[in-house]
Design a protein around this ligand. Structure first.
Ligand SMILES: [Zn+2]
Length: 273
């Protein structure tokens, strides 16, 4: 593969030496990372492709019934025959700690692209314990807005649990819906959020390189909660969170991102020292 035309923006050498583990499905995102030179991918997902998937994810109608991981693996190898790919079709939450560390202990970045709260929560616990960077991707109801949380040991202060403390409480009390379904979100919504996550993932994997991507994580600093607006009329409850930060100028329309500074929760059980 010839990476000449992205070499000024992406430290392709660092990408080629990197390994990403994705739990759940941001299959468009993982393809984009391989386009940028990513050397090794592990995908964990027990889902098979069903007839509703090609309408909004990067799957083909000719692949119905195949495991999403395995169908994607063939595509990744078409993009770059040198990429190393491993697929697991177990439930991430069912793995023992020993199995977990044996499979993923060497990874450079976790991506949690699942709307199943227990998998997101376990992911935070393990990423913090192993001191491995991680990104969580979520779509809000109807795909009207998206959420990205990232954690980089030594760079961000708050972990996923610090930031999404309310979601943990709702889960433990059994109050509130912690598994927000992404139904209603189109492939445009998914790709818009994935494109932003792709930049952050590339930033994490090539951190320190003297180019735009290599500087991204230092520039973001502790702004490790990002929200992305897709629906011009999006409100969180009755709050216009985008208007609150970006103002009410007519130029503030949609397809915009806010990056919010986050602090550690002193009492957070996951990242407590
Ligand atoms: Zn924490």
């Amino acid at each position: 593969m010839n990476f000449q035309r992205i070499a000024q923006t992406v430290d392709v050498n660092a990408m080629q030496q990197s390994h990403v583990t994705m739990i759940g499905g941001a299959y468009g995102l993982i393809r984009s990372l391989v386009h940028c030179g990513l050397g090794a991918v592990t995908m964990v997902d027990f889902d098979r492709i069903d007839s509703s998937n090609p309408a909004r994810q990067d799957f083909y109608s000719t692949d119905l019934g195949r495991y999403k991981t395995e169908a994607t693996a063939s595509d990744l190898q078409k993009i770059n025959p040198e990429v190393e790919v491993e697929c697991y079709t177990q439930d991430y939450c069912s793995l023992s700690r020993q199995q977990h560390d044996a499979l993923f202990g060497h990874t450079d970045l976790f991506i949690f692209a699942t709307d199943f709260f227990p998998a997101q929560a376990r992911g935070n616990f393990e990423a913090v314990r192993l001191s491995i960077p991680a990104i969580w991707i979520g779509l809000y109801k109807g795909g009207r807005a998206g959420e990205i949380v990232f954690y980089v040991p030594g760079k961000t202060s708050a972990c996923y649990r610090c930031i999404c403390n309310g979601r943990y409480q709702a889960f433990h009390n059994g109050s509130g819906n912690t598994n927000v379904s992404s139904a209603g979100g189109t492939i445009h919504d998914l790709h818009l959020v994935d494109a932003i996550v792709g930049q952050i993932a590339t930033g994490i994997l090539t951190d320190g390189a003297d180019n735009r991507m290599g500087k991204l994580i230092s520039k973001l600093g502790n702004r490790n909660l990002l929200q992305v607006k897709m629906d011009p009329d999006y409100r969180l409850g009755d709050k216009d969170i985008f208007g609150q930060y970006l103002g009410n100028h007519p130029a503030n329309f949609s397809f915009t991102t806010i990056a919010l500074p986050m602090e550690r929760e002193e009492s957070c059980p996951d990242c407590r020292k």
